[in-house]
Design a protein around this ligand. Structure first.
Ligand SMILES: NC(=O)c1ccc[n+]([C@@H]2O[C@H](COP(=O)([O-])OP(=O)(O)OC[C@H]3O[C@@H](n4cnc5c(N)ncnc54)[C@H](O)[C@@H]3O)[C@@H](O)[C@H]2O)c1
Length: 306
C-alpha cells in the first residue's frame, strides 16, 4: 500500500510512546510539542525518570537558545505523562514503539498494547532493521501497524520515514503521516525493505568510509572532515564514531533479512572485515584517538541548523 501523499486526517491528540530511551524520549518530546497528550511508558523506572529528565532538559535548551518560549516549553513538559503500567495507554489514538530492537520483545509488547487500546488505535514501530510486515503479522489487527522511522536525535533530524508493511491500511498510514507533519517533520513514504530508504542509501557511504579507514588510505578524522563538508556526515561520522554499532546492525540484518547462502556469505565477509577494522582502529595511534575525541565534541551540522 502506497503511503498517501497528503494527510486528509487530523493528527492524533493522544499519543503513546513505548520505551523512554534515546529515541522514545525524543519522540515523546516531539509529540508533546506538537500539542498531543503524550503517554510515555517504560517498564524500567530509572529509564522512565531519566527519559523525562532528558526531555525536560532538551526543552530548557530550546528556551535558552530562544527557539521556544518558557510557557510553551512548560506546557509541552506538562503534556508528557509517565506510565508505569501499559493499561494506562487505553486513551491513545496512536502508539509509537521505541523499545529494544528484538522481534520477540516488540511482538509481545505490541500484542499487550493491542489488547489495551481501542481497535482504531494505530500502532507504529520505530524499528530500524526489522521487517514491519513481520511485526504486523504477529499483532492483532495488522492493518493498523505501520513503521514510523525517526532518526537520532529525533527532535533535530527533519525526516521521518512512514513505512508501509504488506498489510498496512490507508487510514493508519494517513494518521502516521499526519502526526509526523504535526511534529514539523518532512515525511517520506518508504517501502518495507531492509534499511528502508535512508539507511539503504547511506550503507555504501558507511562501508566505503570503513574501508578507507581499514586500509589506512586516510585517517578516520580526515574521512569525517570530508564527510562533514559534503553533507554525507551521518554515514561517515557514524562509521568513525561507532564502528561496533554498525557491525551489530549488519549482524542483525544478516539474521533478520538475508536468506540466500550467497548473500549471507557476502555479508558475513563484510561483517568480518568490519570487526577487523574495529580492532585496528581500537589499536590505532594516540593521534587518531585524540582526533576522534575532538570529533565527538563537534556538534552535528544538523544540530546547528535545527
Ligand atoms: N538509537 C538510534 O539511533 C535509533 C534510530 C532510529 C531507530 N532506532 C530504533 O528505535 C528503537 C529504540 O532504540 P533506542 O536507541 O531508543 O534504544 P534504547 O536502548 O536507548 O531505549 C530502549 C528503551 O526501551 C525500554 N524497554 C525495555 N523493554 C521494554 C518493553 N518491554 N517495553 C517498553 N520499553 C522497554 C528500555 O528500558 C529503554 O529505556 C529500536 O527499535 C531501534 O532500532 C534507533
Amino acid at each position: 500500500m502506497e503511503v498517501p501523499a497528503r494527510p486528509s486526517t487530523t493528527p492524533p491528540r493522544t499519543v503513546g510512546v513505548l520505551g523512554a530511551g534515546t529515541m522514545g524520549t525524543g519522540i515523546a518530546q516531539l509529540a508533546a510539542v506538537s500539542g498531543a497528550r503524550t503517554l510515555l511508558y517504560d517498564p524500567v523506572a530509572e529509564a522512565l525518570e531519566r527519559g523525562l529528565g532528558a526531555a525536560e532538559a532538551a526543552l530548557d535548551r530550546q528556551v535558552e537558545k530562544g527557539r521556544m518560549g518558557r510557557s510553551e516549553a512548560d506546557a509541552a513538559r506538562g503534556r508528557i505523562e509517565p506510565l508505569a503500567d501499559l493499561g494506562q495507554l487505553a486513551p491513545a489514538e496512536l502508539v509509537i514503539e521505541a523499545a529494544p530492537e528484538r522481534l520477540e520483545l516488540k511482538l509481545e509488547l505490541l500484542g499487550s498494547v493491542a489488547a489495551t487500546v481501542e481497535p482504531a488505535c494505530v500502532l507504529a514501530t520505530n524499528t530500524s532493521s526489522l521487517s514491519v510486515t513481520e511485526i504486523a503479522a504477529g499483532v492483532p489487527g495488522p492493518e493498523r501497524v505501520v513503521g514510523m522511522h525517526f532518526f537520532n536525535p529525533a527532535p533535530v533530524m527533519r525526516l521521518v520515514e512512514v513505512v508501509a508493511g504488506a498489510a498496512s491500511g490507508e487510514r493508519a498510514l494517513r494518521t502516521a503521516r499526519a502526526l509526523g507533519e504535526a511534529m514539523g517533520k518532512h515525511v517520506v513514504a518508504a517501502a518495507d525493505v531492509p534499511g528502508f530508504l535512508v539507511n539503504r542509501c547511506n550503507r555504501p557511504y558507511s562501508l566505503e568510509s570503513l574501508k578507507l579507514a581499514e586500509e589506512r588510505i586516510a585517517e578516520a578524522i580526515r574521512i569525517a572532515e570530508a564527510a562533514f563538508t559534503t553533507r554525507a556526515q551521518s554515514a561517515a561520522t557514524a562509521a568513525v564514531r561507532d564502528i561496533t554499532a554498525i557491525a551489530n546492525e549488519v549482524s542483525v540484518r544478516i539474521e533478520e533479512h538475508v536468506s540466500s547462502v550467497e548473500s549471507r556469505e557476502r555479508l558475513e565477509d563484510v561483517l568480518a572485515r568490519l570487526h577487523q577494522a574495529d580492532e585496528r582502529l581500537r589499536a590505532s595511534d594516540e593521534r587518531t584517538r585524540q582526533a576522534l575525541r575532538h570529533l565527538r565534541a563537534v556538534p552535528d551540522e544538523s544540530e546547528q541548523e535545527g
